[in-house]
Ligand binder design. Structure first.
Ligand code: IPM
Ligand code: MG
Length: 370
């Protein structure tokens, strides 16, 4: 009898708890119907944790995350906490988890499902069949670099500083994730930086080039400046297979790529760390969308990105590819059946809310497993 998988579920703020509720039902379904069971703990993060405990993430929560086999994260933040300092903001919850668990590679797929081709603001012929993966470095770069801060100058004006820093090792380990993924996909990796203006970008390019030549000669490696990459992503996104890039550029480019698919509400992500001696690696799964305070509490949020994040968890943390595919297929079928939350609404489709969407996924799972 295989032991249960230990999951830590962190719904967070805004629409986080609403969409997570639907995932919990998918997890219950897995428990009942498939050969996999989960032990689930749930905890507060972000604004919810600030209100209850005065901190965006308690130390005990970080410890629980370290002890878990995988973390399923919702979203954090909201206007009521916007005035807080950087050492207290809700966003610190996700940044702390990335850093404390050593989650250095953020995998952000942008896949256009056939049923949603018309939801994109780009022409169907540009995005149809799109399937790209952005690997974003997530524990380094300007997000964490020192020095940082705001100082007051002698004349009373201020000076704000953040620093982009990357070491050879940091670049190599995230590039390796990109190469490995490319190997399992179409065999193409595009490394993105600003080697034309940044020393750290030049080091990035040289390091990725050397690693590719030494360890991944079978992967077709190309390089692109980040500004050009943004342009190419809207011009002809299907030219890309896997993109590997720094924390900040990855943040921007992945939001851009997500809109190629029509809605932020559709896209999951995985953030993974190095494998430990036992072969297990820390990993956290979250939708790319944020807490969406404007629609929170209205029951209209699209739960699919959170459900698809759980599918990624099954695949990347536990190698449960068949179960992951089942969840993904169920989501695809729900969309094909014409049900739509407002974010992906299209003419002729039926507009539904979060809960109906979740129930439809369960129904499709029942059919697929029958
Ligand atoms: C993301 C978000 C975060 C980031 C914020 C919430 C700190 O935008 O996951 O892309 O910038 O990394
Ligand atoms: Mg972002």
């Amino acid at each position: 009898m295989p032991s249960n998988k230990r999951l830590l579920v962190l719904p967070g703020d805004g629409i986080g708890p609403e969409v997570m509720r639907e995932v919990r039902r998918v997890i219950d379904w897995m428990d009942r119907r498939r050969a996999v069971s989960f032990d689930i703990e749930e905890d507060l993060v972000g604004g919810a944790a600030i209100e209850a405990r005065g901190t965006p993430i308690a130390e005990a929560t970080v410890d629980r995350a370290k002890a878990a086999d995988a973390v399923l994260f919702g979203a954090v933040g909201g206007p009521q906490w916007d005035g807080l300092g950087f050492d207290r903001r809700p966003e610190l919850a996700i940044l702390t988890l990335r850093r404390e668990l050593g989650l250095f590679a953020n995998l952000r797929p942008a896949v256009v499902m056939d049923a949603l081709v018309s939801a994109s603001t780009l022409k169907p012929e540009v995005v149809q069949g799109l399937d790209l993966m952005i690997v974003r470095e997530s524990t380094g770069g300007i997000y964490f670099g020192e020095p940082r801060g705001v100082t007051t100058l002698p004349d009373g004006s201020k000076r704000g500083v953040n620093t982009e820093v990357y070491t050879t090792e940091e670049i190599e380990r995230v590039a390796r994730v990109g190469f490995e993924l490319a190997k399992r996909r179409q065999g193409r990796l595009c490394s993105v930086e600003k080697a034309n203006v940044m020393e750290s970008g030049l080091l990035w390019r040289q390091t990725v080039t050397a690693l590719g030549a030494a360890e991944f000669p079978e992967v077709q490696l190309s390089h692109m400046y980040a500004d050009n990459c943004a342009m190419q992503l809207v011009r002809n996104p299907r030219q890309f297979d896997v993109i590997v890039t720094s924390n900040l550029f990855g943040d921007l480019l992945s939001d851009l790529a997500s809109m190629l698919t029509g809605s932020l509400g559709m896209l999951p992500s995985a953030t993974i760390g190095a494998a430990g001696a036992d072969g297990l690696r820390h990993a956290l799964y979250e939708p790319i969308h944020g807490s969406a305070p404007d629609i929170a509490g209205k029951g209209v949020a699209n739960p699919l990105a959170q459900i698809l994040s759980f599918a990624m968890l099954l695949r990347y943390s536990f190698g449960l590819d068949a179960d992951a595919a089942l969840v993904e297929q169920a989501c695809g079928r729900v969309l094909a059946s014409g049900l739509r939350t407002p974010d992906v609404m299209a003419p002729g489709c039926a507009r539904v809310g979060t809960q109906v969407m979740g129930e439809a996924v369960l129904r499709e799972l029942d059919k697929l497993a029958a």
